[in-house]
Design a protein around this ligand. Structure first.
Ligand SMILES: [Zn+2]
Length: 1022
């Protein structure tokens, strides 16, 4: 599953999307004919309802009489009765009568069993297991309902009278159970066709379960068949089987598609909705002939009905988890390609998007990626086809349903003419991620959600490896991984409100919370560290063994560790991977490793002491009894012309937390963790003298320190200072070497670190001291690189991008414009003026977002209106997004307020973008107070509309609070949390800790920070 954006969390429109405006704009063609039909139907419906009323009354009277005869009050499932709003079908009272009639030695057992009430447990009891589902679903796109029958072949594991499975929001109409031939081949065709008498059946909404109580026990090792018919509405809330719409030539069209991960298959059909209950599925999908049906497997047959309907039958799936089952009903078009192995890959999207070729890029790379993963994992792709479905609305960036992966349009469609290379990179990585899941996720599935990182960490890690396969020059795994994954997640995981990557989950409501950046990014960082410790060949060998051993099944983290350890042993390397990795996965956070050189120069041998402690931003939170890790670490010595003699040492859990290393030659400076571009999940600190030598070295000859390590030094220095491990002047002095820095990555690392500071400082009186210092570092390189050639179609064209140069140029323009370089501002204004006067957009795609934002912030209201108009008229999804972002850059509070209100109360802004609008207003220094105020005022609406599970907790809350940094704001935050009673979600403690940290930084470090900026020559290192 792919999360959205670079902020934690993803869009998750949990509950009431239909409220307010989403529903009010539905315009559907209405003809007089339709009115007439409706009228006739009304008359008919009225007659039927009168008849039904009469029948129901008669039946109720009869039943109540019989129920009394049976002594009624036998219902020991009293608690469950609360949930028995659902129909009882043909069972119920009749079953009760019979069971009462056969009172005997068994009734004691039954009482025990019923007392156990397995449906009260949040997990399935495991007494029966599904083997195969025959599922028939009839979809009605006129009234957005569906009805289905599911027939589940079950194997009984332990004798039981209960079949407990999941169902949510479904109206269950009929339930029956039959005995099939058992393992011993006993025929089931006894009189009555093997039908098992159902005692009663009822929903248990607290656990989203449905319970079938049988009259007699199911016997172990025998097979049974459970048949349930049901119906439900196709809601527009992005969960289960939901609907969505788009416009073709001003006509609104609908599609319906599924999103079952993590626990929403139960909203579309009754099923054993836990990942370990794998089964095979045969789906028949009935729908109106004007639509096409899609599912995990290829279409086998399609039979028309007289009423204009069609039933599509799809091939039987391999064994798989319920949350990967998928289907869709839409009238999209597609383009297709074939892999060398004969797998058909299709991209389905809106007809106009397909016609414009916006899906061709994803199609092309998917074909190549299937080949890449097959070679890498040495395991074939399992299905005969893979469809990529681009939908206008989706709760996540994408979802890796086996054979039918679903993407939100903005993450898969690419208009080469107007898309920036960063947009192209984003699309590429989402596709690489989802294709990886076809192995890590679909084929081998984590046993339970606590180890969701096993699939998400791998898919995220492979985003970088797979993208390198497609575009080797981008050098993603060695470079961009550092800033975008490692540095990014260490910001979060350095908080005491973080959590271990493997986290216990039991309640359904907790499951969404495991999909966070810790699972994705820390998972990826740990896998990368492990891959480097093992070496590429053994790592691949271990993965291959893991996939082959668990294919079509489930695996837990220990299964992976044992296969990787086995691979190591096969080469005579005896490392207990499980023991090492448990430290990293079962405890939160990460270490800071400190190396101090012995100062006595006269000794013949020199030595250094290495120690570890739990890195935390909050000084007062650090305890002497800190967590410890098993750290693979390289130590290297540097002199003026080289860094050499890497040696791997392991820092273990020694009681003194330290270790020492010795040399006979005297190194100029020491470095830690320089192995293959910073693969360790830790920070490195040095004694001040060593920092000074490293900084001198960067000034004198930076090339001897690798690009990755230069980026790492910058990130470590800023964060160590932020947390108070280092004086504030160290990182500032360190970036003094940047004018000589020719590579993108260290600039990118610095830019991100400076943004963290910028948020703290931009409303202070002395802000210009800081921004002037940054501009001083940026100026020379910025002028040297200049601006890109005019696009589109020129040299700046995205598909021929020379990535490193373009990205560096972009980074410098962004730094220059956002910190106030006058020439940068003039250039941006000139571009916008040219666009307005010529009505031709000649701004190179790669820097459009910067130019738009700068133009809106510097120019008058007319420019805002112009961008607003362009936002409505463009069809390119990437362009739409950056135009919307630009609107948040205005320093006119009135306009920002208007934008916020329009976003929330009209359909002018797509609903999945509303949250981004609020966050981006918050990122604008002029809009910060407004965003914070607006967020609090509208909390009830936002919370109701978007749900609090994942997206609200992480993205919006983080986005509107991260810049708060005064005592007053801290108190406002505390008051708000108290008043709105929202203290439980993980996002609130995190927000509180971040803001407390901001306030603390101002108290403790701000003076020292500005002091250094006023007199940078009086070295803060001394
Ligand atoms: Zn994923």
């Amino acid at each position: 599953m792919g999360l959205n954006d670079s902020s934690p969390g993803a869009i998750r429109n949990g509950r009431a999307l239909s409220d307010q405006w989403a529903e009010s704009v539905v315009v559907r063609p209405r003809t007089t004919e339709r009115h007439i039909t409706v009228h006739k139907r009304l008359v008919l419906a009225f007659a039927v309802s009168i008849l039904t009323l009469i029948i129901v009354t008669v039946v109720a009277v009869v039943l109540s009489v019989r129920f009394e005869e049976c002594g009624g009050g036998r219902d020991r499932d009293g608690a469950a009765a609360a949930g028995e709003a659902g129909p009882r079908g043909e069972a119920g009272p009749r079953g009760a009568a019979k069971s009462n009639g056969s009172k005997g030695e068994r009734s004691g057992d039954r009482a025990d069993e019923e007392a156990a009430q397995p449906w009260r447990n949040s997990r399935l009891p495991g007494s029966v297991r599904p083997r195969h589902y025959d599922l028939r679903v009839a979809v009605n796109m006129d009234n957005f309902t569906f009805a289905g029958d599911v027939s589940v072949e079950l194997e009984c594991v332990n004798a039981t009278r209960f079949i407990v499975l999941h169902a949510d929001r479904l109206k269950v109409e009929r339930v029956s159970v039959t005995a099939e031939s058992g393992a011993g081949g006993r025929p089931a065709n006894r009189p009555g066709g093997g039908a098992m008498r159902v005692h009663r059946h009822f929903p248990y909404p607290a656990n989203q379960m449905y319970v079938v109580v049988l009259h007699r026990e199911l016997k172990p090792a025998r097979l049974y068949r459970l048949n349930v018919s049901f119906s439900a509405a196709i809601e527009d809330d992005l969960l289960g089987f939901f609907r969505s719409s788009y416009t073709v030539q001003r006509e609104k069209r609908y599609l319906a598609v599924t999103q079952f991960s993590p626990i929403h298959a139960r909203k579309a059909f009754p099923c054993f909705d836990e990942p370990a209950y794998k089964a095979t599925f045969s789906l028949a999908l009935r729908h109106d002939a004007q639509y096409a049906g899609l599912a995990n497997m290829p279409l086998e047959s399609s039979s028309p009905h007289e009423d204009g309907g069609v039933t599509d039958r799809f091939a039987r799936t391999p064994r798989m988890s319920t949350y990967y089952v998928a289907w869709a009903v839409c009238n999209f078009t597609y383009r297709e390609t074939q892999t060398d192995d004969g797998v058909t890959v299709r991209l389905y999207a809106r007809p106009d998007a397909v016609a414009s070729g916006a899906g061709d890029y994803a199609l092309h790379i998917t074909k190549r990626l299937l080949g890449f993963y097959q070679d890498y994992f040495k395991v074939q792709y399992s299905l005969p086809k893979l469809d990529l479905l681009a939908v206008p609305k989706h709760p996540y960036a994408a979802m890796e349903n086996w054979g039918l992966s679903v993407f939100v349009e903005q993450k898969i469609l690419l208009d080469a003419e107007v898309s920036s290379s960063s947009y192209q990179m984003e699309v590429t990585m989402v596709v690489v991620h989802e294709i990886c899941h076809q192995w890590f996720g679909d084929l081998v599935t984590p046993v339970w959600w606590e180890d969701v990182w096993l699939k998400e960490g791998f898919a995220h890690y492979f985003e970088y490896v797979g993208t390198d396969f497609l575009f080797p020059k981008w050098n993603m795994e060695k470079q961009r991984f550092l800033t975008d994954v490692l540095h990014e997640v260490m910001l979060l995981d350095g908080l005491s409100s973080s959590h271990p990557i493997s986290q216990e989950v039991e309640q359904a409501s907790d499951i969404d919370r495991v999909f966070d950046w810790i699972a994705y990014k820390k998972g990826a960082a740990l896998i990368r560290m492990l891959a480097n410790v093992m070496g590429q060949t053994l790592f691949q060998k271990g993965l291959n063994d893991y996939l082959l051993s668990h294919m079509y099944g489930n695996a837990a983290r220990d299964d992976l560790w044992s296969k990787l350890s086995q691979a190591m042993r096969s080469e005579g390397r005896d490392i207990d991977i499980g023991q090492m990795m448990d430290r990293w996965t079962l405890q939160m956070g990460y270490p800071v490793v400190t190396i101090s050189k012995n100062q006595s120069e006269q000794l013949a041998t020199h030595h250094a002491t290495i120690s570890q402690e739990h890195f935390l931003y909050g000084q007062e939170l650090r305890s002497s009894n800190s967590l410890q890790w098993q750290i693979p670490l390289t130590v290297a010595m540097g002199n003026a012309s080289s860094v050499s003699a890497e040696r791997l040492i392991w820092i273990h859990n020694r009681s003194d937390h330290s270790s020492s290393v010795r040399w006979t030659i005297h190194p100029l400076f020491l470095m830690l963790g320089i192995e293959i571009n910073q693969t360790g999940y830790y920070r490195v600190n040095y004694d001040l003298h060593n920092w000074k030598l490293l900084i001198q070295q960067l000034h004198n000859n930076l090339q001897i320190i690798s690009v990755g390590n230069r980026a790492g030094l910058i990130d470590d220095a800023f964060n160590l200072a932020r947390a108070g491990y280092l004086p504030q002047g160290v990182p500032l002095q360190l970036i003094g070497y940047l004018p000589g820095e020719p590579s993108f990555l260290p600039w990118h690392s610095a830019s991100r670190a400076l943004y963290q500071l910028d948020k703290l400082l931009d409303r202070t009186d002395e802000y210009s001291l800081f921004s002037d210092y940054v501009l001083k570092q940026v100026a020379s390189r910025y002028h040297q690189m200049g601006w890109p050639a005019r696009g589109p179609g020129g040299e700046g064209s995205v598909l021929q991008a020379s990535y490193q140069t373009e990205e560096l140029q972009r980074e410098l323009i962004m730094l220059a414009c956002s910190y106030g370089n006058k020439q940068c501002h003039r250039q941006a204004v000139a571009y916008i003026s040219d666009w307005i006067s010529s009505n031709k957009n000649r701004i190179p795609p790669n820097i459009r977002d910067i130019v738009y934002c700068t133009g809106v912030s510097l120019m008058d209201e007319d420019v805002w209106e112009f961008i607003w108009m362009k936002f409505h008229s463009t069809n390119a999804v990437s362009e739409k997004r950056i135009l919307l972002e630009a609107l948040t850059c205005s320093d006119n509070i009135f306009l920002l307020n208007r934008l916020l209100n329009l976003s929330l109360t009209s359909d002018l802004v797509p609903e999945q973008d509303v949250i981004d609008v609020i966050i981006h207003v918050g990122r604008n220094p002029q809009g910060r107070n407004l965003a914070w105020k607006y967020f609090r005022e509208k909390w009830n609406i936002l919370n109701a509309r978007y749900g609090e599970a994942l997206f609200m907790n992480s993205k919006l809350i983080g986005g509107v609070t991260e810049f708060l940094n005064t005592e007053k704001e801290l108190n406002e935050l505390k008051d708000f949390i108290k008043a709105s009673g929202v203290g439980a979600g993980p996002a609130w403690p995190r927000a509180l800790e971040i803001v407390e940290g901001n306030v603390r930084w101002h108290h403790i470090h701000r003076r020292q920070f500005f002091q250094w900026l006023r007199k940078p020559l009086s070295s803060a290192l001394g």
